[in-house]
Ligand binder design. Structure first.
Ligand code: NAD
Length: 558
């Protein structure tokens, strides 16, 4: 992976392809705005197009931060940051990197959820490719419209299950755009290598279809053979046009997500972040919690609320980890229990057919209707919320978890914040501060009886940038569950005793660049072990990967 895809696409400065004047100012990858030097202004036809004072990048960051903080709410801040990203990516990434804890919740969850809901209203200029099912037969042609020829990372959604918000159709584009920004900010993928894509097959969200400002196809979702043919054409077109690209499936509905992942895994290097990324971050959280409580992963009993992509993905990775600790697959699966919208998932539920992905976890047990009954029956050590249903971890359920365990583990992973199964405050209060808590979206620290707890954020941002960066760097033929497990283990190791003392089972987000690099190293090591790496890398992996990262600094053009 070269450090910059733009240099390969453009000849030297002053050459025919190098943009000048206003074309340079509108090229977000090259633009420096007021930081163009006097010499550059003369050499590149910029004189007069900029106000006279030349600023440094650091000065621009201070100014941008001040402007951002003056915005009245998070959506306005999101719009500000999106506009900055479209204007000057170096400045945008410098700002995001230097203020990661403040910026990540603005460019991703929870703000991105609101941004998607309002995508029609806040839409300024397109970013990424919209490919609609009307364009079947022309997908490769549309991919070639993308201005960069060497794409390495594609994040694609069909908008059916955006965060915990459901079917947002074409408005889901905020998700691939946000995830790619995190690839750059957290792992150092050059922004020119990323391509966000929304596949628009319609929407089953009737309110959107009736909204006159809706941006997408206003008909019900196309499903079945036509949908499958469209996806197959898309995958083939990606392989043809961007043969070096890794494909990240994102926020597909669960009837398609498992299928698409399994059907395409062998033909195109790909993964599904909702299934595998979530799994790794949750397993890392469990391992982090065990550093506080002691004991083995294989001895835990997990009860999930929600048996979709996130829940069964976590359980599958937990099973893989427990097997590596000596359990049989059957015993490991028996340690995972699920409650879905119909109650406890058991072998036989009158009148109900079980979806394929739930079958391994449908144990012999009498049907139970409620989560509270399931907690009593399963007596879990960890309760994991991935249902998208708020207020489902009631005070009574949290108190019961605290009766059953000296240090109960409770993860309320549903995003955005409005959908979390309980708040951090409820979790700490109802367990007298004994809970090891993590949430999908951030919660502010909680003070209880004079003690302050800092809830960890079990957010995939800890995982996917490092995994994707590592897989790209070594040219992994495939992305395996073992790679995600290696990343999860490494992430748990990176939690410090100071983190644990604060009640945090993930490292601070301020360390995200270091964390992503470490995870990338662990993925490359696993790829090599499994003989899936195709590109040569030296022995000092850490330095080599670090040197390939995009650095948000200006280069001198003349
Ligand atoms: P999904 O649609 O695949 O699954 C949702 C599951 O919840 C389904 O099994 C459904 O039956 C169940 N459910 C719905 N209503 C329920 C109810 N009232 N009681 C019990 N179960 C109910 O979605 P998913 O991909 O699994 O995501 C679920 C949630 O997890 C979303 O809110 C998503 O934002 C969140 N998530 C968080 C992270 C993270 O980083 N923390 C990552 C992925 C997903």
């Amino acid at each position: 992976m070269a450090s910059s895809p733009i240099e390969s696409g453009l000849s030297s400065v002053g050459g025919a392809l190098w943009p000048r004047g206003s074309a340079l100012l509108t090229n977000s990858l090259l633009n420096k705005g007021t930081a163009f030097s006097e010499r550059e202004r003369d050499a590149l036809g910029l004189r007069g197009l900029l106000p006279p004072r030349v600023f440094t990048l650091e000065e621009q960051v201070v100014r941008a931060l001040g402007n951002l903080r003056r915005k009245p709410d998070s959506l306005e801040k999101y719009i500000f940051l999106t506009t900055l990203q479209n204007r000057n990516e170096t400045l945008f990434y410098r700002l995001v990197q230097d203020h990661a804890e403040e910026m990540i919740p603005l460019i991703y969850t929870p703000t991105v959820g609101r941004a998607c809901l309002e995508y029609g209203a806040i839409f300024r200029r397109p970013r990424g490719l919209f490919i609609s099912i009307r364009e079947r037969g022309r997908v490769a042609e549309i991919l070639r419209h993308w201005p960069m020829s060497d794409v390495r990372m594609i994040v694609v959604t069909d908008g059916e299950r955006i965060l915990g918000l459901g079917d947002l159709g074409a408005l889901g584009m905020g998700i691939p755009v946000g995830k790619l920004a995190l690839y750059t900010a957290c792992a150092g993928l050059h922004p020119g290598y990323g391509l966000p894509i929304t596949l628009d097959v319609g929407t089953d969200n009737a309110a959107l279809r009736e909204d006159s400002s809706y941006l997408g196809l206003a008909h019900p979702r196309v499903r079945g053979a036509d949908y499958d043919a469209f996806i197959a054409e898309f995958v083939a077109a990606v392989r043809e046009v961007f043969p070096r690209a890794l494909l990240q499936w994102e926020d597909f509905g669960n009837t398609n997500a498992f299928r698409l992942l399994n059907e395409n895994r062998a033909s195109v290097c790909s993964f599904n972040d909702d299934i595998q990324g979530t799994a790794a971050v949750a397993v890392a959280g469990l391992l982090g919690a065990l550093r506080e409580t002691g004991g083995r992963l294989a001895d835990q009993r997990l009860l999930f609320l929600g048996a979709g992509e996130a829940g069964t993905g976590i359980a599958d990775l937990f099973v893989a980890a427990a097997i590596s600790e000596g359990l049989s697959a059957a015993d490991a699966r028996r340690r995972c229990w699920f409650v879905d919208s119909e109650g406890l998932v058991v072998r036989y539920r009158p009148g109900l057919k079980l979806a394929h992905h739930k079958l391994p976890y449908a144990h012999e047990h009498a049907p139970l209707r409620t989560l509270a009954e399931a907690v009593d029956a399963v007596r879990p050590t960890a309760l994991i919320g991935v249902s998208g249903q708020p207020a489902t971890f009631t005070p009574a359920i949290l108190r019961r978890m605290a009766e059953l365990n000296p240090r109960p583990v409770v993860f309320a992973l549903s995003n955005p914040t409005s959908q979390a199964e309980c708040t951090a405050e409820e979790a700490y209060r109802e367990t007298q501060g004994r809970v090891l808590f993590a949430s999908g979206s951030p919660f502010a620290p909680v003070t209880l009886d004079g003690r302050t707890f800092t809830p960890g954020q079990g957010n995939n941002v800890y995982i996917f940038p490092g995994v994707g960066f590592g897989a790209l760097a070594c040219g992994a033929r495939e992305i395996t569950n073992e790679m995600f497990l290696a990343a999860a283990r490494r992430l748990a190791e990176l939690v410090t005793t100071d983190d644990l003392a604060l009640g945090r089972i993930y490292p601070a987000l301020t360390r995200i660049r270091e964390v992503s690099l470490e995870l990338a190293v662990s993925v490359v090591e696993e790829a090599r072990r499994a003989r899936l790496a195709t590109l040569p890398l030296g022995d000092d992996l850490r330095s080599e990967l670090a040197a390939r990262r995009f650095e948000a600094v200006y280069r001198d053009y003349v």
